[in-house]
Design a protein around this ligand. Structure first.
Ligand code: HXC
Length: 509
C-alpha cells in the first residue's frame, strides 16, 4: 500500500504542477493566480473535493495537458455548497478541448442535479485549435447546459484572463459576470484580427477590458480591483442567493439601518427639477445601509442590487434622478428587466423605488428600439410572481409609471410619499398640450403658463387621486418606509401566484 500511496502522490503532483514552473512563474508575473490558487482562495479550507482529476491523462509519464487545463470539483463558501471550475492558463493557455469541456459539463450537470450554485473562473485562449470541431462541440455542450441550468441554479462567471471568440458566450449565458481589472478581457474578435481586417490599432483594454464591459457594453455586472477582492465579492453575492430555484434566500439576523430616518424627510427637493441620490434613500431604509449594487457603472439612471430587510434578501430597483433625471432608456430597461427576472427565478422579492419622469425621448432612443427594449420592463414586472412592493418617491409619469412596478402590473403593495406626483405627464408638458390655445392667445403667455402649471400640479401631480382610485394603497410618512416594506414582505412571504400553462413566453428581446 505504501508504494501505491507514493505513486498516487507523485501522480497527483504531476497533475497539480499544471504547465510547469516556468509557465506558473509567467502567470504570476502577469499578476494572475493559478487555477488551484484561485480555488483555494475561494473555498473554505479543506472543503475542496476535486473530480475528474486524471481525466484525459492516461500516460502520466508523458503528460501533454496536465488536468486537461481545467480544475473542477465542489466545496463550500460560508458553509454553502458550491460547484466550481477554474481554467488553468499554464496548460496550453487554458484552451478548451473535448475533455476539458467534459469536465466543465460534469460540474454543470452535478450542480444542476443537486441544486447548488456554480462558479467558473475563466482564463483561456478559447477553443483548443488542434482539436478542431471537437473543441467547438465542447463549447456547444457547455452553452447548452448553461441554458438548461438558467433559472434553476445561480451561475456566476469570473473573468480572470483572456476570454475570446465564442468562449465569451458561456459567461454571457450565466447570471453574473465579474471581471478583474487589468487581467480580465472579453471579446469576440481580438486586436490582431481587427488590425488585419480594418487596419485599426486597438488596445485589448479598450476593446474588452473590465471597465469597457462594466460601463459601456453592460456585458459584465461587477468590476473588482484584484483576485482577492473578487473572492470577497463572490462570498457576499452568494450570501444573498438561495442555492436553487426551489429554495428561499438565506435568512440572517435583522440589522438596524444606518443614519437618521428623519433625513428621509429632506431628501426629495422642493423644487421638482432638482435631483438627489436615490442610493441615499436605499442606504437609509435597508438593513445596515448595505446595498450590493449590480451593474453599478452601466445605465446609472437605474440602480439595481441586493439588500436585506429584517434579514431577508430583497432585490432593489430604483430610478436615479442624478442621471438623465432618472428617465428609462434602452440600457436601463435591459438592466432592470434582467435583474427583476433574476429575482423572480430565485424567489427574491422586488422592492421598487419610483421617481421617473418617463421614457427618454429622441431619435437615438427611437432608432435604437426603445419601444422593443422598454417593453422588457413591462414584461419582467408582469411576469414576476415574487412579492412586489413599490414606493413612489416623487415622479410617476406616463408609461414609465406603469413600467416601474405599478399596481397595474400587479404590485402587491404600493405606497407613495406625500411628494409623489402620479400623472400622465409632468405639468410643463401637460399644460402645453391641453392649454395650448389659452396660453398662446393670452396677453402674458409666461404668466398664464405658470398659473396653469400650478393649477395642474395641485390637481393632478399628487398622490391622492391615485390613492382615491385605488391605484396606490396609502400615502405614507417617508420615515415609515422601512417599517412598511418589512411588514409587507412578511405579509407576502407565502405569496402563491400561478400563470397559464405555456412552454415559455416571448419576451421582447
Ligand atoms: C491551443 C493555445 C490557444 C488555443 C493559446 N494557446 N491559445 N493553444 N489553442 N486556442 C497556447 C499557446 O500556444 C501557448 O502555448 C500558451 O497557450 C500560452 O499562449 P500565449 O500566446 O503564449 O499567451 P499570451 O501571450 O498571454 O496570449 C494569450 C492569448 C493568445 C491572447 C489568449 O494565446 C491568443 O490570442 N490565443 C488564441 C485566441 C483565439 O483566437 N482563440 C480561438 C477563439 S475561437 P505554449 O506551449 O507556448 O505555452 C473560439 C471558438 C469557440 O474559442 C466557439 C464557441 C461557440
Amino acid at each position: 500500500m505504501q508504494k501505491k500511496l507514493e505513486q498516487l502522490k507523485s501522480y497527483r503532483e504531476k497533475i497539480e504542477a499544471g504547465g510547469g514552473k516556468t509557465r506558473i512563474d509567467k502567470q504570476h508575473e502577469a499578476g494572475k493566480k493559478t487555477a488551484r490558487e484561485r480555488i483555494d482562495l475561494l473555498l473554505e479550507p479543506g472543503s475542496f473535493v476535486e473530480i475528474n482529476t486524471f481525466a484525459g491523462n492516461e500516460d502520466i509519464s508523458n503528460l501533454e495537458h496536465p488536468g486537461e487545463g481545467v480544475v473542477t470539483g465542489y466545496g463550500t463558501v460560508n458553509g454553502q455548497k458550491i460547484f466550481v471550475f477554474a481554467q488553468d492558463f499554464t496548460v496550453t493557455g487554458g484552451s478548451l478541448g473535448k475533455i476539458h469541456a467534459a469536465k466543465i459539463s460534469k460540474v454543470l450537470d452535478l450542480a444542476t442535479k443537486t441544486g447548488a450554485p456554480v462558479i467558473g473562473f475563466n482564463d483561456s485562449g478559447g477553443a483548443r485549435i488542434q482539436e478542431g470541431i471537437d473543441a467547438l462541440d465542447g463549447y456547444g455542450q457547455i452553452l447548452y447546459r448553461n441554458t438548461i441550468a438558467s433559472g434553476v441554479i445561480p451561475q456566476i462567471s469570473v473573468i480572470m484572463g483572456p476570454c475570446a471568440g465564442g468562449a465569451v458566450y458561456s459567461p454571457a449565458l450565466t447570471d453574473f459576470i465579474i471581471m478583474v481589472k487589468d487581467i480580465g478581457r472579453m471579446f469576440i474578435t481580438g486586436p490582431q484580427v481587427i488590425k488585419a481586417v480594418t487596419g485599426a490599432e486597438v488596445s485589448m483594454e479598450d476593446l474588452g477590458g473590465a471597465l469597457t464591459h462594466n460601463q459601456i457594453s453592460g456585458v459584465a455586472h461587477f468590476i473588482v480591483e484584484s483576485e482577492e477582492a473578487c473572492v470577497i465579492l463572490l462570498s457576499k453575492l452568494l450570501s444573498y442567493l438561495p442555492s436553487n430555484n426551489l429554495e428561499e434566500p438565506p435568512q440572517y439576523d435583522s440589522r438596524e439601518p444606518v443614519g437618521n430616518q428623519e433625513e428621509l424627510l429632506n431628501i426629495v427637493p422642493e423644487e421638482p427639477h432638482l435631483s438627489y441620490d436615490v442610493r441615499r434613500v436605499i442606504e437609509l431604509i435597508v438593513d445596515a445601509g448595505e446595498l450590493l449594487e449590480v451593474q453599478a457603472l452601466y445605465a446609472p439612471n437605474a440602480v439595481v442590487g441586493f439588500a436585506r430587510f429584517d434579514g431577508r434578501t430583497a432585490g432593489i430597483v430604483a430610478n436615479q434622478p442624478t442621471y438623465l433625471a432618472g428617465c428609462l432608456d434602452i440600457n436601463a430597461s435591459s438592466k432592470i428587466a434582467r435583474f427583476v427576472r433574476f429575482c423572480d427565478c430565485f424567489n427574491i422579492p422586488v422592492v421598487t423605488l419610483m421617481d421617473v419622469p418617463g421614457y427618454l425621448p429622441g431619435f437615438a432612443q427611437e432608432y435604437g428600439g426603445i419601444i422593443r427594449h422598454g417593453a422588457k420592463i413591462l414584461y419582467a414586472y408582469s411576469e414576476a410572481t415574487v412579492p412586489k412592493i413599490t414606493v413612489i418617491l416623487r415622479k410617476a409619469y406616463g408609461g414609465a409609471y406603469i413600467a416601474m412596478g405599478s399596481s397595474s402590473l400587479r404590485a402587491d403593495a404600493i405606497f407613495a410619499w406625500p411628494t409623489a406626483e402620479v400623472a400622465v405627464m409632468g405639468p410643463e408638458g401637460a399644460v402645453n398640450i391641453i392649454y395650448y390655445n389659452e396660453i398662446s392667445k393670452s396677453e402674458n403667455p409666461q404668466e398664464t403658463r405658470e398659473k396653469l402649471e400650478a393649477e395642474y400640479r395641485a390637481k393632478f401631480a399628487n398622490p391622492y387621486i391615485s390613492c382615491a382610485k385605488g391605484y396606490v394603497d396609502d400615502v405614507i410618512d417617508p420615515r415609515q418606509t422601512r417599517y412598511k416594506i418589512i411588514a409587507s414582505l412578511k405579509a407576502f412571504s407565502n405569496k402563491r401566484e400561478t400563470r397559464p400553462q405555456k412552454k415559455h413566453g416571448n419576451i421582447t428581446l
